[in-house]
Design a protein around this ligand. Structure first.
Ligand code: ATP
Length: 470
């Protein structure tokens, strides 16, 4: 017998379950395995085996095929459901090809033909333990990678993002207001959540509100709450987000879009740390740390007079800028791995990765919808892929823009023009379906409609109608 075990393994940490209806077999197998240093227990039938599997984790399960009551294959089926991580070895005196095939189909690691000798068993168990060690190493390596390149739910290895994480960690410890800048889908909200989780307020609530989605009156009442009868429809007193976030963090998304009146209200709360509900007179304490975000160029908005300068300075105590995904292509393979891990769990299906062509296309893509667009494209790929590897066609990426693919000639394009062309490509690829196109671009439908209006982009049927009118 070989008592050495595999390098790095303490054999007594390897738990083996021997299931056989013959006592003599149970005794001799346990004896051999204990000599190799493994921790062994036995079960005389299928039912006892299932109980043992429910009770504890096992590295290796040796399972007799022919047993009265539940036979080995039935136990195997149940056992794989209970403990998919264990390695199962079927023992059979009737080694037909059929049995072996059935065992392997049910997920057995291997099978042994009775009678077998101690050496055969020893070598097989060693092989199993070595493989399990390797899998474990891979998993902890992946964890370590995530720790090294991650900041809560954000992953990135780009130096610019690492600087963002460092700044965010420091900012989290202070009570200062933070302004998070970055294009849509670049991770502003996840960053705000991470800052909250690292801050002394982590035990309090994280409350997010998108300032762009609401009218001025609605937003005012959402933020500050209202008293009963404050306006038509205010049938009861309602708390606003400033109250809901008390003791925690209030995330004001799209802060660049708020009206001049609300800009003034917000400035007051930030200065005085107090506010009143709409229609109320009571002065309430604003016990919140504000993190504001926008994808607009606020400095420009200040310059053109659409955003108050004093509020800009109040918000901009610490500014964190998330670089767009196209400026950090080195993050794409890491993000692909990250999202595929998540999709494997969410969709409960095996995904081994993306094909080399698909990865090349993902890295070359312009990502105007940033990380959200990447996530959506991968989700689509995972859903439509036939095998375990996502192929280029599964991603449904729009064909590359010939203007972009061509070697640079003439003047380089302004960013807005690149975005306009990409949006037009996606719209035509989606057959004019705005919902679908918006999903792939990682932006909401209203944003897409606004862009279409701004650039005079039309859906195919509108084009046809416009043509017919001409
Ligand atoms: N670095 C990252 N690592 C992992 N996931 C990320 C990363 N950046 C963004 N995401 C994911 O991308 C999606 C979009 O992120 P998020 O909502 O934070 O973007 P945003 O900048 O706030 O967008 P918007 O301006 O449209 O509100 C989320 O699902 C988020 O989890």
């Amino acid at each position: 017998m070989n008592g050495a075990g595999t390098a790095g393994t303490m054999n007594d940490a390897v738990h083996v379950l021997v299931v056989d209806d013959e006592e003599i077999v149970r005794e001799s197998l346990s004896g051999w395995l204990r000599k190799d240093g493994y921790t062994v227990q036995t079960a005389p039938d299928g039912r006892a085996a299932v109980e043992a599997l429910q009770r504890a984790r096992w590295s290796v399960v040796l399972l007799d095929l022919k047993m009265p009551g539940m036979d080995g294959l039935q136990v195997l089926e149940e056992a794989r459901r209970l403990r998919p991580e264990a390695a199962y070895v079927l023992m059979t005196a009737y080694a037909t090809v059929d049995t072996a095939v059935a065992a392997m189909k049910l997920g057995a690691f291997d099978y042994l033909v009775k009678p077998f000798d101690p050496e055969e068993l020893s070598v097989l168990v060693q092989r199993i333990v070595a493989q399990q060690e390797l899998l474990q190493e891979n998993a902890s390596l992946r964890q370590a990678l995530k720790r090294e390149y991650g900041f809560h739910d954000l992953v990135s290895k780009s130096p610019a993002m690492q600087r963002v994480f460092d700044l965010a960690r420091v900012a989290a410890r202070s009570a200062s207001t933070i302004l998070v800048l970055g294009e849509s889908g670049s991770g502003k909200e996840v960053l705000a959540r991470a800052v909250h989780a690292e801050s002394p307020r982590a035990g309090g609530p994280f409350v997010a509100i998108s300032c762009a989605a609401l009218t001025e009156t609605l937003l005012e009442s959402e933020l500050f709450g209202h008293e009963k009868g404050a306006f038509t429809g205010a049938v009861a007193r309602r708390k606003g987000k400033f109250e809901a976030a008390a003791g925690g963090t209030l995330f004001l998304d799209e802060v660049g879009d708020i009206s001049p009146k609300l800009q003034l209200d917000l400035l007051r709360v930030l200065e005085e740390r107090r506010f009143q509900r709409v229609g109320g007179t009571e002065s309430l304490a604003a016990d919140v740390r504000v993190i504001a975000a926008t994808n607009r160029d606020l400095a420009k908005a200040v310059a053109d007079g659409s955003f108050r300068e004093d509020l800009f300075y109040r918000l901009n105590v610490i500014a964190v800028t998330l670089p767009p995904l196209r400026e950090r292509p080195e993050d794409i393979p890491l993000l692909v791995q990250h999202f595929l891990d998540r999709l494997t769990k969410d969709l409960a299906r095996r995904l081994d990765g993306v094909s080399p062509e698909a990865m090349a296309a993902l890295v070359a893509h312009g990502w105007p919808g940033n990380v959200r667009e990447l996530r959506n494209v991968l989700e689509r790929g995972a859903v439509v892929a036939k095998g375990n590897v996502i192929q280029l066609a599964d991603l449904g990426l729009p064909a590359p823009d010939p203007a972009r693919a061509a070697p640079p000639s003439g003047d380089p394009l302004p960013l807005e023009e690149v975005e306009r062309r990409h949006v037009a490509d996606v719209l035509s690829w989606a057959g004019g379906n705005v919902t679908h196109a918006a999903r792939v671009l990682g932006i909401d439908r209203m944003t897409l409609y606004n862009k279409m209006k701004r650039w005079g982009l039309q859906r195919p049927e509108q084009e046809v109608a416009a043509h017919a009118r001409r």
